[in-house]
Ligand binder design. Structure first.
Ligand code: IMP
Length: 192
């Protein structure tokens, strides 16, 4: 995995070369890392079944790629929640709204909670508490991206794709005001 320092350097260079919307993580790097995560998860859940709970909307592309990298011998169920904490800006409003809950029971299941990006940790800690109250057999958390600088609500992550500095990123499912989700790579959105 690239270190946070490596991302800082890449970020600085990218902004100098192309201020506005520059690539932080390429399509190939994402695909390679997601495949590795799939292998790790397959090893950890060998001989068990898995209930994947995705936090929409940002995680939908990541989930689609991740579950296709999980060993097909492992029975996988998918469910989704929709929560919002951001409105249309680049900073959390600090409030979490559950707009859509999972459909099925999680009682006695091995739940793998999939989050796109962890910033303050507010979304994740609230969703985690909610899912724990549903009595799963186990609960692990996977995030595609963890921002290293802004964890006001620290939640331990079991699997992390990339650790990045405190920059706002879009693409590969991540949005700004619902835009840019369809980019194949992850780009830095320059506030300026
Ligand atoms: P947190 O609750 O502050 O950890 O924020 C997590 C949620 O905010 C994520 O699920 C995203 O929806 C959104 N978010 C945080 N940072 C970014 C970003 O850099 N780009 C796009 N969405 C983000």
């Amino acid at each position: 995995m690239l270190s946070n320092e490596a991302f800082q350097v890449r970020y600085t260079i990218a902004l100098m070369q192309n201020p506005g919307k520059s690539v932080l993580i390429s399509e190939q790097e994402i695909q390679r890392r997601v495949a590795e995560m799939g292998v790790r998860i397959s090893e950890d859940y060998k001989g068990q079944s898995l209930s994947v709970v995705g936090v929409l909307k940002g995680s939908f592309i990541f989930i689609a790629d991740l579950i296709r990298n999980i060993d097909p011998a492992i029975p996988v169920e998918i469910d989704f929640m929709t929560v919002s904490s951001y409105g249309s800006g680049t900073r959390s409003s600090g409030e979490l709204r559950i707009e859509r809950d999972v459909e099925g029971s999680l009682e006695g299941k091995n739940v793998l909670l999939v989050e796109d990006i962890v910033d303050s940790g507010l979304t994740l800690s609230a969703v985690k508490d909610l899912l724990l109250s549903r009595n799963p057999q186990s609960l692990r958390i996977v995030a595609l991206i963890e921002k290293e600088t802004n964890r006001r609500h620290p939640v331990p992550l079991d699997y992390v794709g990339f650790r990045i500095p405190d920059v706002f990123v879009v693409g590969y499912g991540l949005d700004l005001a619902q835009h840019y989700r369809n980019l194949k790579e992850i780009r830095i959105l320059d506030a300026g």
